[in-house]
Design a protein around this ligand. Structure first.
Ligand code: SF4
Length: 346
């Protein structure tokens, strides 16, 4: 059986063409039923002839991964534990706010990059998610939380380094953005990377997608300690890649900077960050570290966060402090991890 959630509308159309006797608009109809009307079976697709529904059901699977567990934070954040067909699990987090709701999507089971502050990194790498497993997280969330107004933004900041799984990521972005399907706005979609420099150019295939870069330090020694990827692509290489990246007009990179007490949260670090970002269209997201039991790392004080914020803002940088969301259910940044059948990191 072919997994329908792995196919773009054009690919589905080509398959139908090969099967023969399907009008071109049947692929549009199937996308409408699956992604907009949330049909669970071809039998529901009543504007397609009965014989064609039966032919479709014999070739394509509409099976989605299951939700093995669901935890709700006191702040309304919901963490879904998604069980894949091979029994592996990933986490997807829904973060409702006043005027938007963000879905944080995973791209790998585990991760190769081993960032010191990240529970997923501690798992090691298990495997990439397939295209359909990435798409399915958004489909499940849209079905559970209601449609577009309840999943307005999609961010690839869950488990895994998205650019390490670039082929499946880009195929999933094409499916998610299809205006006959989920029509997820690329301007409300962000891919976050730890800095896999050679893969950045793949995002030119989706030029209006938001790009976030997890920076977290202003010096190579500290960044290399926090993020081993820095030993391969040090700050100078990463920042030069951002400087020369042909970002569309009026677009900016989001620079994520996790503040750790005593490591990178002093005013001098803020000044260094301003210098490093010179010439790069960027806004900065400050993320006070969510303590998750990792030795040597602790959360900054509110005063330090405020002082860092002000030091950037008064030098003209657009800066935002990310609210802590879902920390009580280990759904906050850096806390996602799955081990066997249980959720770790609490
Ligand atoms: S922060 Fe991202 S890139 Fe680093 S280990 Fe965690 S999932 Fe991987």
């Amino acid at each position: 059986m072919l997994d329908l959630f792995s196919l773009s509308r054009e690919e589905l159309h080509r398959h139908l063409d090969e099967l023969g006797d399907f009008h071109r608009y049947v692929a549009d109809q199937v996308f409408d039923w699956v992604y907009r009307k949330h049909a669970n079976s071809f039998a529901d697709m009543t504007n397609i002839s009965l014989s064609n529904r039966n032919r479709l059901a014999a070739v394509f699977s509409l099976e989605l991964p299951s939700v093995a567990d669901l935890q709700t934070s006191i702040d309304g954040t919901v963490k879904l534990l998604i069980e894949l067909q091979d029994g592996r699990k990933v986490e997807t987090v829904h973060i409702p706010e006043l005027h938007r709701a963000t879905l944080c999507v995973s791209t790998q089971v585990g991760c190769k990059l081993g960032c010191r502050f990240c529970r997923t990194g501690k798992m090691g790498f298990v495997r990439h998610l397939g295209t359909s497993e990435i798409v399915a997280q958004v489909v499940l969330a849209r079905r559970m939380f209601g449609d577009k107004e309840n999943v307005t933004n999609v961010v690839f900041m869950g488990m895994g380094e998205p650019l390490d799984n670039d082929d499946h990521l880009l195929a999933a972005l094409a499916i998610l953005g299809d205006d006959r399907g989920l029509a997820q706005s690329p301007r409300r979609t962000t891919v976050s990377t730890a800095g896999l420099v050679p893969k950045l150019d793949r995002l030119l295939e989706r030029p209006t997608i938001g790009i976030a870069v997890s920076l977290n330090a202003t010096r190579d020694d500290l960044r290399g300690w926090l993020m081993p990827v820095n030993r391969t692509y040090p700050l100078a290489v990463l920042l030069e890649a951002l400087r020369s990246f042909p970002l569309p007009k009026r677009r900016r990179f989001t620079i994520e900077y996790i503040l750790f007490a005593g490591l990178n949260d002093e005013p001098k670090h803020a000044r260094e960050l301003v210098t490093l970002l010179h010439g790069i269209p960027a806004k900065v997201n400050l993320i006070p570290y969510n303590e998750n039991g990792i030795e040597g790392l602790s959360a900054p004080t509110e005063d330090r966060v405020q002082a860092f914020f002000e030091a950037l803002a008064e030098r003209g940088l657009q800066v935002n402090v990310r609210k802590r969301r879902g920390a009580d259910i280990a759904a906050a940044c850096g806390q996602l991890a799955t081990v066997g059948t249980k959720t770790a990191g609490r």
